[in-house]
Design a protein around this ligand. Structure first.
Ligand SMILES: [Mn+2]
Length: 306
């Protein structure tokens, strides 16, 4: 469907020229609006357009099935660091930009808060492009009156977390490492060397990553409390989460809207102010189950004729 080698005729690497950002008609047309679930607010971040990591097809599906009065793009939407090295811009990434601009045109208020990967857009804070407001940070008031600070979140990491992925090391990789460890140690044994524990090194790193995320959440929440708001919405660490902290006897909400690389999450506010983290693959599964029930309930139980 998407052609990676498709030559791109604009100078995408020059993201400072955002006003001239070229957007072609989408290759996958938008479906009719009637099917969309509407929210008061949607927050998404860490899309990393311009990289192979971006889960573009799932994001297009999300954009085609939802709508909102306000949409916050909470940073790292376009990955300028990678684009500078090599232009990777499949049709699906263009389709996403087109859909966002189309939403703005339809009347959704779109606030783009650039992150560290699209920091070249930060210099345009306070300006509007194609109906999209660019801001360094924002304050959002929920339907039930809570005041939330919205920012990307890189402001809080003193050290870049290069090994964040270690927090997600699964059983398969662990098993693989155990095999590798056995092989390394049989070689070491043959050479008369002492036992070397790969798992010990790996476990230590995982523990550090988990501790880092926990500490990060606390630091961001405390900063929000000190600003006198009721909570904070951020992205950056690719870990969707809701936590409630207490600071000087006052509770403060921490919301992270996740990412579209691994988690495929969005944070939404319903019209009564209730907030929810969506895991889009689960929503698709739910939709498909619902469709199965509709299909099964109709007719005499046999499959529809072709
Ligand atoms: Mn970031």
């Amino acid at each position: 469907m998407t052609n990676e080698t498709d030559a791109f005729d604009g100078d995408l690497a020059d993201l400072t020229n955002i006003a001239a950002f070229p957007v072609r008609q989408p290759t996958v047309p938008e479906p009719e609006i009637g099917e969309r679930k509407c929210y008061r607010t949607i927050w998404i971040s860490d899309v990393h357009l311009g990289t192979r990591g971006c889960n573009a097809d799932l994001l297009i599906d999300f954009l085609d099935h939802t709508d909102s009065e306000t949409m916050y793009l909470v940073g790292d939407i376009i990955d300028g660091w990678r684009l500078k090295k090599k232009v990777y811009w499949p049709d699906a990434h263009n389709d996403i930009v087109w859909r966002v601009l189309k939403r703005a045109k339809r009347g959704t208020r779109i606030v783009y808060i650039p992150g560290n990967h699209d920091e070249m857009v930060r210099q345009f804070s306070g300006m509007h492009f194609g109906g999209v407001e660019i801001q360094r940070a924002a304050f959002h008031t929920t339907a039930d009156g809570r005041k939330l600070m919205v920012l990307h979140g890189d402001e809080f990491d003193a050290v870049m977390l290069a090994h964040r992925w270690l927090a997600f090391v699964g059983d398969a990789l662990y098993t693989l490492m155990m095999g590798l460890s056995r092989w390394v140690n049989s070689v070491r044994q043959a050479l008369g060397l002492s036992y070397w524990s790969l798992s010990k090194v790996a476990k230590h790193k995982v523990k550090n990553a988990v501790e880092f995320i926990g500490r990060y959440e606390e630091v961001v929440a405390r900063a929000a409390a000190e600003r006198g708001v009721d909570g904070v919405v951020c992205g950056h660490i690719h870990t969707a989460e809701f936590r409630e902290f207490s600071h000087n006897g006052k509770s403060v909400e921490y919301w992270n809207d996740g990412d579209w690389v691994e988690g495929c999450n969005a944070l939404v506010e319903h019209f009564d102010g209730r907030m929810e983290i969506l895991h889009w693959p689960d929503e698709i599964a739910r939709r498909n189950r619902g469709q199965d029930q509709v299909d099964g309930a109709s007719g005499d139980g046999s499959l529809a004729a072709a």
